[in-house]
Write a protein that binds this ligand. Sequence first.
Ligand SMILES: [Zn+2]
Length: 443
Amino acid sequence: MPELPKPMTWILSPSRTFANVEQLARAEAAANGWAVKVEPVVVDGQDAALVIFSKKAVAESANLALEASPPSLAVATPPSSASAWEDLLRAYQGYPDVSTDLKVASLAQWILESGRGTSVLARDHLNFAGLKFRARMSGHAEPVDYRGSDGDLATYCKFSSVGAFIAGYWHFIESGPYDGWKTYRNDGAGYIRHIAKQGYAPSADYPAKVLALFGEAAKLLSAPPSPEASGVAAPASDATGSLLRLAIVVGHNKSAKGAGSVPPISRFEYDFNSIVAAEMTEESGHYNLQAKVFFREPGSSYTAEIAKAYQAVASWGAQCVVELHFNSAGATASGSEVLCRQGSPDARALASNVAEEIQAALGLGLRHNGTGVKIVGSGERGAGSLYALDGVPIVIVEPFFGSNPAECLKVATLGEQVLALAYLRGVRDWAVSRIPAAEAAIS
Ligand SMILES: [Zn+2]
């Protein structure tokens, strides 16, 4: 019997309602012979569901534990300071490590993003730039869940001081997918266009909105500095953050390549997915992931082949695994699915996030009542891989049917990179969503 999972909280969103969580939790409990209690709670101002699994006999004491332990992230909210915006301006005037042009450009962004320091994110978390939390921000900021102006619930950076925010903003740029930004040292408008194009902000009119605030930013920066201007630490140049380690296992092997596919793909799983895996590795840094590809070597037996590949995955220190496949059956079999093991809510959450992103990218149906998640019992097909490692969430992706001409046409039109990015987004979504869950676990 699988080990009883720790209590966890799930931050709720339109795509993850209380009813969804309750349904998943009950299914999980039923599959494992557990009792489960799901409670609506509030975590750092956000609606969440607290899930506590228990062995049936101790269900009552679990309920007592729930009453006794406030399910809170316990993130202390700093006293909101009416002068935080003023503090920021003074500190930035004296900040030595950025050219005047880039100061004007970045401050114009902060005027826009924070509403001149009035946003909740700015007042409560000293995040004046709407910076989302990334693993690479560890050491500069704490993660905090917050519903942004776009209505999307996401995990944002919480800074301990205005100095930490300034240093953190420049670390975010330095360590992010903005290569080449330094060539705009003396061209603030070029800098904004560059980072916008590299994905800093999704909306096409973002540069125009920021550029319109350059005059105001320049004026604020040239106002006489107050005597108590605070000293600000320079950005740490060596802090790369710790990236989540994603192992990519290419299904099948070079001599037994798995299922074939019909035109226009006309390739075996192994060949097709070797390309997908290479694309994932290439792009992984942009999703705050460190990815490594593992191939299965043809061996004496299937069991030995799987065991060897997953031993390599474990010794590399993988924190999650995506094994690449595609399905094959009849010409009309259709839809996407992601497989995971029983008894691991973490693996199930990974599967669910990846399935959602596959669906968003390919637009095929999700199998299994629209969830896209297939729970595989030990001994069933795929279990060899899914149960290979304890404590590391593993999923098998089956994004489409190689036997279905319409699905192959769709996937070939989009290309392997679209699929690769969908997987990375799914893993990233999962990684972000489990930060609060892990911290809120009652131990
Ligand atoms: Zn396969």
